[in-house]
Design a protein around this ligand. Structure first.
Ligand code: ATP
Length: 137
């Protein structure tokens, strides 16, 4: 079984969509193996998105991601990395397939409700970035 790091971003948390989004994860048969609320510090957000440093959207992204609480999750399931990305839809919600989380709840490419790891290597890095082993069931 594979694991992915999921985030319910500050836009979705502030709109009280956390429960609705968790329901979609569970309906997809993903198992929640870790969860916590955290308001990211500037340092945490910058480090998490370090690969995007220097891009025009990087600073506003860090600002957005530190603007309120985020729900951090580790989800587990078969082939969950691609399955999860399919469930959330494309980064730009206007390109996201109907019925995906971003098509339904994202308001723009920046304020796009959720994050998911894009490969087993980034999942391992991202999970370790936010969780220690004994926080994961
Ligand atoms: P995530 O990593 O959050 O799942 P992703 O893999 O779909 O998203 P990335 O290309 O890694 O997208 O970008 C990380 C995040 O940066 C996006 O989810 C979005 O919030 C923001 N972002 C990316 N591109 C843009 C852009 N062109 N304009 C504004 N924000 C952007």
């Amino acid at each position: 079984l594979e694991r992915t790091l999921s985030m319910i971003k500050p836009d979705a948390v502030s709109k009280q969509l956390t429960g609705t989004i968790l329901q979609r994860f569970e309906s997809a048969k993903f198992t929640i193996v870790a969860a916590k609320m955290m308001q990211l510090t500037k340092e945490q957000a910058e480090g998490f998105y370090a690969e995007h440093e220097g891009r025009e959207f990087y600073e506003p992204l860090v600002e957005f991601m530190t603007s309120g609480p985020t729900m951090l999750l580790v989800l587990q399931g078969e082939n969950i990395i691609p399955a999860y990305r399919e469930l959330i839809g494309k980064t730009d919600p206007t390109q996201a397939a109907p019925g995906t989380i971003r098509a339904d709840f994202a308001e723009s490419t920046r304020y796009n409700a959720v994050h998911g790891s894009d490969s087993p290597e980034s999942a391992a890095r991202e999970i370790a970035y936010f969780f220690v082993d004994d926080e994961i069931c």
